[in-house]
Design a protein around this ligand. Structure first.
Ligand code: ADP
Ligand code: MG
Length: 708
């Protein structure tokens, strides 16, 4: 209680009244009241995310349903909910709460619910008319996350075509779409030319400088981390007081940069080195997605007098979160992004140059309360040659498998003609359908199967879900639940920066691999999970073995939640049941094969492998794998891919050809043409029968060829 009061006092009481949005309170509430759809736009920091839901709450919108506010990023949903609960003066989880994957902090009392867009999508599955909501606010629409884009299309349909009296709603659902950028005409047109409410902003000029330390050829992360640190430290000593915001790519780069900055800042002599004599210290704070929430809070607090705050953040600080007092920006020019990699045919987290419009957005963060400066570490040439004008929306660059399954489960059969704000390329939709067909989630006619309906319940990638369900049908889910949980949290193995410690950690990790008794990375994960849970003091166990206790703790939590979902599904009458006669190790690996057979590779030359999915990419086992030094491997399956100068596969498991032999034809069974017909629902029973006959004949021919 004390703690809460203290933070209540530090909620700058001027803040909410002085925000640009506050003068428009009545007009905004009215606009929501009279329009089924409304687009709201305004500069980042104008108060859209934190204030608008409160206005609606105070105007009584929460009386016949919740006010749901979606965020593309999990950290944003949590931090904003914390902030708003403080402003309203309730404890988090009561009137104001949040829900993100594997973490629900909301209750019956919750009226304003911040959540990730993925969570709302899952809720729609259980309650297609969103009867529990009076208003849905799709926030940060400019980020164009895959889930938000799908929600836009779904809500457009739901609200425009209410299904008469059976809808289960007393009042029609209100949809508000909030966006920081000017692309609002497009959004408005999408919703039948709905009104756009613009919150006039006030910004101060930001001077921009290209430091030219990065050119078109520098893409190695060690390069830009070093340069970012150099620029930040230079400006700390040479510029007047004011906080710094550094944009980097991800957790490990941020931690590295913070370590380097810390070391260098120690050496600063404040009597001689700094230009502004009021600056007497540097407070360095990291900010990234998977950070513990108590640590995040510090970011927003003003630094002690005389101390300059330096926040080193991912892109999250560009639009989703606003930190007061920032006067200087250091822009690395890069972002970590999930992209479909056509070379390996999978989605890969890649470091890519940001777009010019994102760079401008980053710079703008320095001009919120006074004039600011932005230091771009890259050259003008890099800007011109490497940075695109606009970012490509996620829906046009990542795998659609999970969302297409969701759409199918929502009875959106024709996924090609679904109202997309920006249409994904047809080949991406086809690839998703193909993958769903391979996982047995849809049938030849594109209809969801019983298995598909079970799969959609899990917030996991389809392959992993398929493996888990296979294990469950064989009664051995205890093998796969921990693995699924471990693959859903951040990396559990600590890799210390210091060389001595690094060796120590490596020895411990090798030991864990040996103890797991098999050369199989999935089994290693299972082993770590089980050993830690069985130990008397799990946190001490983690410390001794160089394992992230925080990550493992969330894995325990995730495992429990996945188990609950599974238990619920297993109570269904028609849950599949199978039997198997064989060793535990074989059982385990066979389940993995069922899920990951599309990620199968066969040894080619030396220690290189070749994938079998038609791409035929050459891949290498990642050095962190238990199988890295194995020479006896023939067939393997893998969980994911890391692309550097080589294509590395991570989390690998050896399998036998006999186990995948029957599954492999499925990789090539259907072609794009057939599936596009499936997608358009133009297939007749006759056609399906014809294909099936053709396939059977083909398979028989193959079998007899093998036999002879
Ligand atoms: P928008 O959504 O328009 O970008 P926000 O509602 O996120 O604007 O932010 C409005 C203001 O609230 C910001 O100027 C920021 O100073 C303040 N604010 C938001 N979140 C926090 C927080 N967690 N802690 C402190 N201040 C915050
Ligand atoms: Mg916002």
């Amino acid at each position: 209680m004390d703690k809460r009061n203290k933070s209540l006092n530090t909620v700058d009481s001027w803040a909410s009244e002085n925000l640009p949005i506050s003068q428009h309170k009545e007009k905004l509430v009215h606009a929501v009241r009279v329009n089924p759809f409304l687009v709201v736009t305004g500069e980042t920091g104008s108060g859209k995310t934190t204030q608008l839901p409160q206005y609606l709450y105070h105007a009584g919108f929460g009386k016949d349903g919740k006010i749901g506010v979606t965020q593309p990023r999990r950290v944003a949903a949590i931090t904003v909910a914390q902030r708003v609960s403080q402003e309203i003066g309730c404890s988090l989880g009561r009137e104001v709460g949040y829900q993100v994957r594997f973490d629900d902090c909301s209750s019956e009392d919750t009226v304003i619910k911040y959540m990730t867009d993925g969570c709302l999508l899952r809720e729609i599955l259980a309650d297609p008319r969103l009867t529990r909501y009076s208003v849905v606010v799709l926030d940060e629409a400019h980020e164009r996350s895959l889930n938000t884009d799908i929600l836009l299309g779904l809500l457009k349909r739901k609200v425009l075509q209410p299904q008469g009296g059976s809808s289960g709603r007393s009042t029609p659902l209100k949809v508000v779409v909030m966006s920081a950028t000017l692309d609002t005409d497009k959004l408005s047109a999408f919703f039948g030319h709905c009104p756009v409410f613009t919150i006039p902003g006030r910004t101060f000029p930001v001077s921009e400088r290209f430091c030219g330390l990065i050119g078109p050829k520098d893409t190695d992360s060690t390069v830009y981390v070093k340069e970012v640190v150099k620029v930040a430290l230079d400006l700390h000593t040479s510029e007047m007081a004011g906080d710094i915001l550094v944009f980097l790519t991800g957790q490990s780069e941020i931690e590295k940069a913070c370590d380097m900055l810390y070391e260098k800042a120690e050496a600063v002599d404040y009597r001689y080195d700094v230009r502004d004599s009021s600056v007497e210290g540097l407070l360095i704070l990291p900010l990234y997605g998977s950070m513990p929430t108590d640590q995040q809070r510090q970011i927003f607090e003003p630094p002690p007098k005389g101390v300059r705050k330096c926040v080193v953040a991912t892109n999250i600080a560009a639009m989703s979160l606003t930190i007061n007092g920032i006067r200087y920006i250091v822009d690395s020019g890069f972002v970590k992004q999930l992209n479909h990699n056509s070379r390996v045919g999978m989605d890969i987290l890649e470091v890519v140059p940001i777009s010019k419009s994102e760079a401008q957005q980053r710079a703008g963060r320095a001009g919120r309360t006074s004039a600011g400066k932005c230091f771009r570490i890259y050259s003008k040439e890099f800007w011109e040659k490497c940075m695109p004008e606009y970012m490509v929306p996620e829906i046009q660059r990542t795998s659609l498998t999970a969302v297409i399954l969701t759409l199918k489960c929502l009875s959106v059969h024709d996924v090609i003609r679904f109202p997309y704000l920006d249409r994904p390329e047809e080949r991406f939709i086809l690839a998703a359908l193909k993958q769903l067909y391979q996982c047995d989630a849809i049938d030849r006619r594109g209809h969801v199967t019983r298995l598909g309906r079970l799969m959609v319940e899990f917030p996991l990638a389809p392959g992993l879900t398929r493996a888990l369900l296979k294990a469950a049908s064989l009664g051995c889910e205890d093998l796969l639940l921990p693995v699924a949980a471990m693959l859903s949290v951040e990396n559990i193995f600590i890799r210390p920066g210091q060389q001595e410690k690094q060796q120590d950690a490596e020895t411990e990790h090798r030991q864990l691999i040996e103890e797991s008794g098999s050369c199989n990375d999935f089994a290693v994960l299972l082993g770590v999970f089980e050993k830690c849970r069985a130990s008397d003091s799990p946190s001490a166990w983690c410390r001794d073995h160089w394992i992230h206790w925080r990550a493992l703790k969330s894995a325990f939590n995730v495992e429990t939640q996945l188990r609950e979902i599974l238990l619920r599904l297993k109570q269904q009458r028609d849950f599949p049941v199978e039997t198997f006669d064989g060793s535990r190790s074989e059982l385990f690996r066979r389940c993995l094969c069922t899920g990951y057979f599309a990620n199968v590779a066969r040894r080619s030359v030396g220690r290189t492998f070749c994938t079998m999915d038609g791409h035929g990419s050459v891949v290498h086992i990642h050095p962190s794998s238990a199988l890295f030094e194995q020479d006896q491997l023939d067939w393997i399956i893998f969980h994911d891919v890391l692309v550097t100068s080589r294509v590395y596969i991570r989390t690998v498991c050896p399998v036998r050809y006999e186990w995948v032999k029957d599954l492999l034809p499925k990789l090539h069974e259907v072609d794009a043409y057939e599936l596009s017909n499936v997608a358009r629902e133009e297939v007749t029973d006759e056609e399906v029968a014809k294909w099936e006959a053709k396939e059977t004949a083909k398979r028989q021919a193959e079998v007899s060829a093998e036999d002879s």
